[in-house]
Write a protein that binds this ligand. Structure first.
Ligand code: CU
Length: 268
């Protein structure tokens, strides 16, 4: 009788877990089993408008993590935790004393927590298309190669894992040589660094604040729909190329939490 009750409870627990509900009252054995399986808690700092951050969080929750997300304080968290700028992405997380920057696969984080190397943490710099959270329908199944880096506390890094690498010996696409940029860029779907080109109309050029307002089409790598938005510029010299009313192609990225125009090309 008692055994049957326990089994009953166990199946209720499983049902509850499957439904994703919070269990408030567990029987003692179930609570013990549950404690052993308690998912690591990860804190994530991100921008409230960051769709790919939300997708990454949803993915982590499906892959063994419990996430506490903060919609502000991303830049401050990155600085406080000591992530050098070149390893930055759109969100910064902390789990088990380690920093996790950007769209890092769950398996690499589990391995980090298991092996516990002397390190700052892991990073996937930028926002590679095809990484977890950057693989929604908008990206049409595109899988760009990327590395997960193990960051040292001294600012160094080494490769922890690699994904979607071209097979050995395969010809790798070379970026167009400088000087041939404009023509080649206009003829391709991505900029020199593989970010998708987006068509836009320049609405306003704010030279004193070094910002530009663009009415743009969807930006797949930022999971942003078409809208009018203000961007900062990766290089202030880009301002000189922009005039109100002009039609352009541009690429964008999230740099230190700010939407940033990375490159500009004439429309074909
Ligand atoms: Cu992202």
């Amino acid at each position: 009788m008692q055994r049957r009750t326990l089994l009953h409870r166990a199946s209720a627990v499983l049902t509850g877990l499957a439904a994703g509900t919070t269990l408030l009252a567990l029987s003692a054995p179930a609570a013990l089993a549950q404690a052993r399986r308690t998912p690591p808690v990860m804190e994530v700092w991100k921008d409230p408008l960051c769709g790919c951050c939300d997708d990454w969080i949803t993915y982590l929750e499906k892959n063994g993590f419990s996430v506490r997300a903060f919609d502000t304080g991303n830049i401050a968290a990155r600085q406080r935790l000591g992530v050098p700028e070149q390893y930055g992405s759109c969100h910064t997380a902390l789990v088990g004393g380690y920093v996790v920057e950007g769209h890092v696969p769950a398996a690499d984080i589990h391995r980090l927590l298991r092996e516990r190397p002397a390190a700052l943490g892991l990073s996937v710099p930028g926002m590679p298309i095809g990484s977890p959270g950057m693989d929604g329908p908008l990206f049409g199944g595109r899988r760009d190669p990327f590395h997960v880096l193990l960051l040292g506390r001294d600012g160094s890094s080494r490769i922890w894992a690699s994904y979607h690498q071209p097979p050995a010996g395969a010809a790798t696409a070379q970026p167009p040589a400088n000087g041939a940029d404009a023509g080649a860029a206009a003829a391709t779907a991505t900029d020199r660094d593989g970010r998708p080109w987006v068509e836009a109309e320049v609405r306003r050029v704010d030279r004193s604040n070094r910002r530009v307002s663009l009415r743009h089409g969807p930006i797949p790598n930022l999971e942003m729909g078409g809208m009018t938005m203000v961007f900062q510029l990766s290089d202030p010299a880009l301002l000189e190329q922009l005039q109100q009313g002009q039609r352009i192609r541009f690429s964008a990225a999230l740099i230190q939490g700010e939407y940033t125009v990375m490159q500009i090309a004439p429309l074909p």
